[in-house]
Design a protein around this ligand. Structure first.
Ligand code: COA
Length: 174
């Protein structure tokens, strides 16, 4: 995979997102929930697609490499989900999605971003640490499938001077 681009998720992407969810997540989201999320004014979903945004797209619907969902509630942005196909991992796809979500959160005047991550998910924890997320607490037995603890992670100061500049400095050169 040489390049990819991000865009908002649209209805034709739903089967591809659900296929990925079922393949890699312990608690995949359902079509009903995703349909509802598309109508949710507090939610934003982004997908990463192979190629470049101005390239000719021959596949319809487009294949997706990964996706991210985030809710905006008053001054808090909360990441609902991030997932990348195994074949597309360690190439910066999730980083690009999280970076984009943080930049949108700043534009929407959020002051903090939060999320829950499994205590055992060291890959995701390393991803979030790159963006300054810190462990705020533990939700004991949070995940219904195996009663694993969730770590509540947060990064604050989104509105502070210099935060956006620091983030943009992390963006890969285009
Ligand atoms: C976690 C996940 C989204 C990362 O996606 P990705 O596109 O591979 O992430 P990136 O390539 O942007 O990696 C960014 C950083 O995260 C960390 N990271 C990612 N995968 C890692 C792994 N397997 N082990 C250790 N660190 C890892 C590294 O610091 C990496 O930077 P580096 O490649 O320069 O070392 C992906 O592994 C995934 O979809 N996992 C299953 C779903 C999931 O756990 N989602 C998170 C729920 S909270």
């Amino acid at each position: 995979m040489s390049e990819f681009y991000l865009r908002p998720l649209t209805r034709p992407d739903l089967p591809a997102v659900l296929e990925m969810e079922r393949a890699i997540l312990d608690e995949p989201i359902t079509m009903v929930t995703m349909e509802r999320e598309l109508e949710n004014p507090l939610a934003l979903y982004l997908v990463a697609c192979p190629g470049s945004a101005d390239g000719l797209v021959l596949d319809s619907p487009e294949p997706i490499l990964g996706y991210l969902g985030v809710w905006f509630i008053v001054d808090e942005a909360h990441i609902i989900s991030v997932a990348v196909w195994p074949e597309a991992r360690r190439q910066g796809v999730a980083s690009a999605l999280v970076l984009a979500a943080l930049l949108v959160a700043i534009d929407r005047h959020a002051t903090m971003m939060t999320l829950e991550v499994r205590a055992s998910n060291v890959a995701a924890q390393a991803l979030y640490a790159k963006f300054g997320f810190r462990k705020l607490g533990v939700r004991r037995g949070y995940y219904p499938d195996n009663h694993e603890d969730a770590w509540l992670l947060t990064v604050d100061g989104l509105g502070e001077q210099g935060f956006r500049e620091r983030l943009e400095a992390q963006a890969p050169a285009s």
